[in-house]
Design a protein around this ligand. Structure first.
Ligand SMILES: *Cc1c(COP(=O)(O)O)cnc(C)c1O
Length: 466
């Protein structure tokens, strides 16, 4: 039995339905070839994101019932705070309604225009929140992390050379802190090794700036360390987490990922002054410091979720399910970023559709075709999401990779449904060269991938006649 074994049985089910191809064509056109704008009920397998889309456990649902809704100092906050302190070990725990609120508030109190934030790769909301302040979001991933073809155990690692170069170029006053995203979502959900975290942490101490972890998938990262890094095979997940967090001075967290809930987040900090400034802003924007935009029951469900996510059986199943999808894609000849990540498989659209230039959004084309062929929704992580202006030259730069992320919601889909996803990807590969590029017909000023409208280049249908 080599299946990633589900460490649960199903207690409640939700009906999903398949929508006909004709209807999918209509939906896709009406949505301007933007999958964010397709009604969810017209999707068969929804792999848009693993954020807030997981299934809660019986104990989490029970926690909702027992949540304490006192405005101040609720019992649920006490449980939330003590659970987080126990795992993360930071001095201050500040609840927020989701991860980007934690980012936004931290950046508002610590950054000013012209400042620079190095990260392995900034996640899209992180980049947008840094840039919103007029600061520069600088990615310092190593070359290996940008090459979809190489196999490597820790392709999320930050390049110390790139980090050092950032400090040489901009100097310490302009860099108030360094961030490290574990696992590295925008670079393929690849983990960061403990050795790399130690090296980055030591460098930060040397130059005297704090290290802040973007910790959304901390447990998945810890599992990879346990499985892949020498000296960790016999360590418990929780101890590995504590060791990772001890190397930094705080973290931002979206509980919609490894918190195993549908909404929530928090910010952890050791620094008293930063925590005080953030708390002042929290009261203005999110709510009183013991609920921060969440209901008491949400805090209770997060506390329970954080305890469950450390279960090694859960993590083996979770990451094993993603790896299993990768093996199915291998069998069917669908190219993806290697190796599979913790929460997602990232199809390599440049390789899959080499005839479509980056300016015509090959990853978005693949995403649209995957919906058309299978009713499956993935998300583009390529030029539509990440094309940006170079801060020095002012020229538009395309990202290094054109990826279609198939993010797997936690505890939601079965192996059979993911087999179907792999087969739908193979169908898109078969259409291959008949697929036309896309062009933008409307875009907003920031985070355009969420709402932009597109159409096939030259008008007409996306799939040319055979
Ligand atoms: C999801 C995510 C965020 C933002 O969290 P939200 O809860 O969606 O606001 C930040 N960083 C990373 C790496 C993420 O995956």
């Amino acid at each position: 039995m080599d299946l990633p074994f589900e460490p649960y049985r199903i207690k409640v089910v939700e009906k999903i339905q398949r929508v006909s191809r004709e209807e999918r064509v209509k939906h896709l056109r009406a949505a301007g070839y933007n999958l964010f704008k397709i009604p969810a009920e017209a999707i068969y397998v929804d792999l848009l994101t693993d954020s807030g889309t997981g299934a809660m456990s019986d104990l989490q649902w029970a926690a909702l019932m027992s949540g304490d809704e006192a405005y101040a100092c609720s019992k649920s906050f006490a449980e939330f705070e003590s659970t987080i302190k126990d795992i993360y070990g930071y001095k201050h725990v500040i609840p927020t309604h989701q991860g980007r609120a934690a980012e936004g508030m931290l950046f508002t109190v610590t950054l000013k225009p012209g400042d620079v934030v190095p990260n392995n790769i900034h996640f899209d909301t992180t980049r947008a929140n840094v840039e919103h302040i007029g600061a520069i979001a600088l990615d310092c991933i190593g070359a290996e992390g940008l090459d979809p073809a190489t196999e490597g155990p820790f392709k999320g690692n930050m390049s110390l050379d790139n980090l050092r170069a950032a400090f040489d170029k901009y100097g310490t006053p302009r860099i108030p802190f360094v961030m490290l995203t574990i696992t590295n979502n925008s670079g393929g959900g690849q983990p960061v090794s403990m050795a790399n975290m130690k090296a980055v942490s030591a460098f930060c101490r040397e130059v005297g700036v704090p290290l802040i972890l973007d910790a959304c998938r901390f447990a998945e990262n810890a599992w990879f360390i346990q499985q892949r890094e020498e000296g960790y095979a016999d360590k418990e997940i929780k101890d590995i987490c504590r060791e990772m967090f001890a190397l930094a001075q705080g973290c931002t967290m979206s509980a919609k990922k490894d918190g195993l809930v549908n909404i929530g987040g928090f910010l952890c900090l050791d620094d008293d002054a930063w925590a005080q400034d953030v708390t002042n802003l929290l009261i203005l924007r999110e709510g009183f410091p013991t609920y921060g935009g969440l209901a008491g029951r949400d805090l209770a469900a997060i506390a329970q979720g954080l305890r469950e996510v450390l279960d090694p059986d859960y993590l083996a199943y979770r990451i094993g399910q993603v790896a299993r999808l990768g093996r199915r894609l291998d069998e069917l000849g669908v190219p993806y970023l290697r190796p599979t990540g913790g929460h997602a498989v990232y199809l390599d659209a440049r390789k899959a559709l080499p005839h479509i230039p980056q300016s015509q959004f090959p990853a978005q084309v693949f995403t649209a075709a995957l919906y058309l062929e299978g009713g499956v929704r993935g998300v583009e992580i390529g030029s539509l999401m990440f094309e940006h202006k170079d801060p020095d030259t002012g020229e538009m730069v395309s990202p290094a990779m054109e990826l279609v992320r198939l993010a797997i919601p936690r505890r939601v889909y079965t192996h059979t449904q993911l087999d179907y996803v792999a087969e739908s990807c193979a169908r898109v590969m078969e259409i291959g060269e008949r697929l036309r590029g896309l062009k933008i017909t409307w875009e907003p000023p920031a985070l355009r991938h969420f709402t932009a409208s597109l159409e096939p280049v030259g008008g007409g249908k996306m799939i040319a006649k055979a």
